[in-house]
Write a protein that binds this ligand. Structure first.
Ligand SMILES: Cc1cc2nc3c(=O)[nH]c(=O)nc-3n(C[C@H](O)[C@H](O)[C@H](O)COP(=O)(O)O)c2cc1C
Length: 228
């Protein structure tokens, strides 16, 4: 481990922000971005890959991983959960390996699902060590209805990110698609969103996917500025 990284660990400040005696100390570092999602019916899964696409386009190394399912398989099957999701299942410890973590999950009664909450509740050890301090964090979500709790769900994730000491990135108005009034659309300054419909039949629209890509890109660029 380099001295700068060691100091970074001790202080919780990113290595790139540490004072250095070397005049040209900017090593080339491809920021590592994790898109971490939980999706019951596939809408958030689709959004997750759009977020990843945006982060990749900005030059980051990107992994897409799933939060483990907690519903027993027979019940999940009987309730038509989308069980063919290819993303590997994440472990809590590996969160510390990333410069940025973008968390997606559908709303449950206006807040994040128990699967996502349970996963984050297991990050107490990382919190104790300050292992996520200064990293970039972001959230995206999905609801059945237009006003079914997108913003409150995003904030239920953002609250966790702030407790972890993360630098939160939303979906800035540089994504003008969130101003759209001519069609039903998700997208909020707090994060990318989609609307699944009461029966789940609506899929993320082009505008919503563009919002997700934009958020991925902004997160990756922010991580690059902090850690590159
Ligand atoms: C227990 C439960 C609670 C839900 N609560 C809400 C809600 O408060 N508002 C809403 O619009 N949708 C609600 N939904 C719908 C889900 O948010 C929707 O199915 C999800 O966003 C779709 O994303 P996914 O396909 O990635 O699972 C709820 C679904 C379940 C199963």
């Amino acid at each position: 481990m380099s001295l700068r990284n060691f100091i970074s660990r001790l202080t919780g400040r990113p290595a790139a922000l540490q004072p250095s005696s070397q005049p040209n100390n900017r090593s080339v570092h491809m920021s590592k971005v994790l898109v971490l999602y939980y999706s019951t019916y596939g809408h958030i899964e689709t959004m997750a890959y759009a977020v990843a696409e945006g982060a990749k386009a900005a030059g980051a190394h990107v992994d897409v991983k799933r939060i483990p399912e907690t519903v027993p398989e027979d019940i999940a099957r009987a309730n038509h959960f989308k069980l063919d999701q290819l993303a590997p299942v994440a472990t809590v410890d590996e969160l510390a390996e990333y410069d940025a973590i973008i968390i997606g999950g559908g709303t449950r009664f206006g807040r994040i699902s128990s699967q996502v909450a349970s996963f984050l509740d297991q990050a107490g050890g990382l919190w104790m060590k300050g292992a996520l301090n200064g990293k970039v964090g972001a959230a995206f979500t999905s609801t059945a209805t237009q006003h079914g709790g997108q913003e409150t769900t995003l904030f239920s994730v953002i609250t966790n990110l702030l407790h972890f000491g993360m630098v939160v990135v939303g979906l800035p108005y540089s994504f003008q698609g969130q101003m759209t009034l001519g069609e039903v659309t998700g997208g909020a300054p707090y994060g990318a969103t989609t609307i699944a419909g009461g029966d789940g039949s609506r899929q993320p629209s082009e505008n919503e996917l563009a919002g997700a890509r934009h958020q991925g890109e902004v997160v990756a660029r922010t991580a690059q500025k902090l850690f590159g």
